[in-house]
Ligand binder design. Structure first.
Ligand code: NAP
Length: 296
């Protein structure tokens, strides 16, 4: 029986693991398929204090090692179901079952999917949801980025160092959501352009992959790759329907079953930043430790 099982190995989960293990609680991280969550896809982290420009996966490795130093176990598998009785039983996709007095949910969020004609056919053949994973394949080519938030701006800036040209297609008339520093950089990038008030309705191409997108105004834009960055949805599908979620699938800490805690991008109302995830991981672990100390 564990004292604390933490679901997720992003910055929130690994911070919670460090605090839990350092408080001498028997702690396991069920880390999903791979270490680091969304942070692992960040090429260079500029806004996490103390480690300017660190690679996201490298930071996750340091965080994992730090938690393990204090005795946390890290297992790479995902929760399929959680059964809540006197304790919590986590049934994982590796066939194992784990029992714990408490659970910390830190399973993060995944990119929201775009539903337009052609997208299924070309996903993985020119359509990508991860610029840092797939950008490399577009060296010297023409790409479009769909979206208008910080993720779209970050992806476009990353791609502008690799691709010949980057066009951001955004349905509103300005980057009101974007951080000024990112907007300024995008405006200065010589190979970047913006098409505002533009929605795409179709992605088309041939045997070798994407060749163009079509906008709602029936304009055809030729391109070799389409990168989609239109927001995120929380990873909470494995939880019982009785656990309340908001419209993004996120969890309100005050509405969870007893002994269950939440932190990181899966927590409603929290800004999706590595720095806030780390703070929330610390917070959830300290609440969880206090709960165990009180209830045994
Ligand atoms: P976001 O801020 O929610 O932005 C999503 C963007 O996609 C919006 O511009 C939205 O348009 C657009 N969109 C949504 N559905 C669409 C659809 N069906 N078709 C076309 N466009 C669609 O999401 P995000 O950029 O992934 O960021 C999530 C959070 O992470 C934010 O809090 C952000 O600040 C944070 N983040 C921060 C950084 C950083 O610090 N540098 C980097 C990445 C993310 P509308 O504006 O019209 O709704």
């Amino acid at each position: 029986m564990y004292d604390i099982i933490i679901l997720g190995s992003g910055p929130a989960g690994l911070t919670a693991a460090l605090y839990a293990a350092r408080a001498n609680k028997k702690t396991m991280v069920l880390g999903g398929d791979q270490l680091g969550g969304q942070m692992a896809t960040i090429h260079s982290l500029e806004n996490y204090p103390g480690t300017p420009g660190i690679n996201g996966l490298d930071l996750a490795k340091v965080m994992q090692k730090q938690a393990e130093t204090f005795g946390a176990e890290v297992v790479f598998a995902s929760a399929k179901t959680i059964v809540h009785g006197d304790s919590y039983k986590v049934i994982a996709d590796n066939g194992s079952e784990y029992e714990s007095k408490t659970i910390i949910i830190a399973t993060g969020a995944k990119p929201r999917r775009l539903e337009v004609k052609g997208i299924r056919e070309f996903t993985g053949k020119g359509v990508s949801y991860c610029a840092t994973c797939d950008g490399f394949f577009y060296s010297g080519r023409d790409v479009v980025v769909i979206g208008g938030g910080n993720s779209a701006l970050n992806d476009a800036l990353y791609l502008s160092d690799i691709a010949k040209s980057v066009k951001i297609l955004y349905r509103k008339d300005s980057f009101a959501r974007g951080e000024a520093v990112l907007v300024n950089r995008a405006e200065k990038a010589a190979n970047m352009s913006f098409l505002f008030n533009t929605e795409i309705v179709e992605i088309g191409g041939g045997e070798s992959g994407v060749e163009y997108v079509v906008t709602a105004n029936k304009e055809r834009i030729d391109c070799d790759g389409v990168f989609i960055a239109i927001g995120h949805e929380a990873n909470t599908d494995y939880l019982a329907e009785s656990v309340k979620r908001d419209d993004m699938g996120r969890l309100d800490p005050s509405k969870l079953p007893i002994g269950m805690f939440v932190c990181g991008d899966v927590q409603s109302g929290l800004k999706m930043q590595v720095a806030t995830a780390v703070g929330a991981g610390c917070d959830a672990a300290m609440d969880c430790i206090a709960y165990i100390n009180q209830h045994g």
